[in-house]
Ligand binder design. Structure first.
Ligand SMILES: Nc1ncnc2c1ncn2[C@@H]1O[C@H](COP(=O)(O)OP(=O)(O)O)[C@@H](O)[C@H]1O
Ligand SMILES: O=C(OP(=O)(O)O)[C@H](O)COP(=O)(O)O
Length: 409
């Protein structure tokens, strides 16, 4: 039985208030289409097809930043994915919003303005405090049910995420359901064979924390990216030189050195490090060097090398489950995509249970023509995925679970 009620449990003809995560890159003021729209469209379509009155809430950016914009453009993109009208009202819970909500017919869809434009939304607080805000107290009585589909924002204690499910019967949307199940699998599911985790990307501090927390659940870690170079450094190799003015290595090294050394010391047998690395050669082409031959920290490395990929591939083929967190190289540049793509291809070719997470890494799937269907789950969450992997509870998921318990008693 799932941890929470889902939209399968919704009473017929409900007036539903639905929280999505449509937070997107903004270019020249306009939201860019991305996988979040397509995924949430499934939930929205299903609710509208069932004849519910569907009112959507979502956020965009953070106040004070360039990406903090209205959701007017998001409504148009979502409409294309849902294949029906998505009305938009530039108001969160004022008279205009209430009038638009009251005018909604069965099977119709309305998107409210950016929740973060409402003062009650942002300061993080308990569900009880959020439920008492004017935002929640005004909107909630107009609805029969609340649906949370915003798994990727579930680590935030904002009014639209934790306040409504305290005062309305609460259900999980399809994205919430599938993300929760796949992303917690590493901690909750028993696998028959080896469990492998591919660890890379730039946010070394995050992934080293995951490695530390998942210690006993993962049989082997295959390392690359910035995190991989920091482990190579701990193993005595002079790597981890920043290029292009970035500061990815030294600060994270200073911050995590002790933890890296202790993880390497305690789980060294489970940790596989790159045996070769790739860099930009003098003529601009990809060049590779064996890690053993690196004796000075003079080069910035941008991918794991081909011998490393050849070493990682069989480890993946033998696995019963593979979880990916972070890219093995700067895959956005075709010259340095071999590590990330090689590993993703190996996963796609096996029938192991596989989860690929992190906004950037999962982008490599579409960039290099891989099929999402060849993976068990491709997450649209970043911060929430990391927290799920470390077993940290997500406040908005916890309130959904509590709502299900309330409903049962
Ligand atoms: N050796 C490297 N040096 C610099 N950047 C790297 C390196 N390896 C991977 N990256 C970058 O890591 C990014 C993905 O990292 P991260 O943001 O941690 O993952 P995600 O967003 O997928 O969680 C990619 O965009 C890639 O360019
Ligand atoms: O995009 C999001 O998170 P992510 O960058 O971790 O994927 C969510 O919408 C949360 O946004 P926030 O980090 O501004 O609270």
């Amino acid at each position: 039985m799932p941890a929470f009620d889902t939209i399968d449990d919704l009473p017929a003809d409900s007036r539903v208030l639905v929280r999505l995560d449509l937070n997107s890159p903004i270019e020249d003021g306009d939201p860019q289409d991305n996988r979040r729209f397509g995924r949430h469209a499934e939930t929205v379509r299903e609710l509208a097809d069932a004849g519910h009155r569907v009112v959507l809430m979502a956020h965009q950016g953070r106040p004070g930043r360039d990406d903090f914009t209205s959701l007017a453009g998001h409504a148009d993109i979502l409409a294309d994915h849902v294949d029906r009208d998505v009305a938009f009202v530039a108001d969160t819970y004022g008279d205009e919003a209430l009038a638009a909500i009251d005018a909604l017919g069965a099977g119709e869809v309305l998107l409210l303005e950016n929740t973060r434009m409402c003062e009650d939304e942002l300061p993080e607080a308990s569900p009880e405090e959020k439920a008492e805000t004017a935002f929640v107290a005004t909107l909630a009585p107009r609805f029969d049910a609340y649906v949370n589909d915003a798994y990727s924002a579930a680590h935030r204690k904002h009014a639209s995420l934790v306040g409504f499910p305290l005062v309305l019967p609460a259900y999980a949307g399809r994205v919430m359901e599938t993300e929760y199940e796949a992303n917690t699998a590493i901690a909750t599911r028993e696998f028959d064979g080896p469990v492998t985790m591919v660890v890379g990307g730039t946010k070394a501090t995050d992934v080293i924390g995951v490695m530390d927390a998942l210690d006993d659940r993962v049989d082997r870690f295959l390392l690359g990216g910035v995190a991989g170079e920091l482990f190579l450094r701990a193993a005595g190799h002079p790597v981890g030189r920043d290029v292009a003015g970035l500061d990815l290595f030294d600060e994270q090294w200073a911050e995590n050195r002790e933890l890296i050394e202790s993880v390497l010391d305690e789980r060294g047998d489970a940790i596989r490090l790159a045996s070769d690395l790739a860099y930009e050669g003098p003529d601009g082409d990809r060049a590779e060097v064996a890690v053993e031959d690196i004796d000075e920290k003079t080069t910035g490395y941008l991918d794991v090398g081909s011998a490393t990929v050849a070493d990682y591939e069989p480890a993946i083929r033998e696995s019963d489950a593979v979880f990916v967190k972070g890219a093995l190289g700067v895959f956005e540049d075709e010259r340095f995509a071999d590590g990330t793509v090689g590993v993703l291809e190996a996963i796609a070719e096996t029938d192991c249970f596989s989860v690929v997470g992190g906004g950037d890494t999962s982008r490599a799937i579409e960039m290099y023509g891989l099929r999402e269907a060849d993976f068990s789950h491709v997450s649209i969450a970043g911060g929430a995925y990391i927290r799920a992997l470390t077993g940290e509870p997500l406040p908005a998921v916890e309130v959904l679970k509590a709502a299900a318990e309330r409903a049962e008693n």
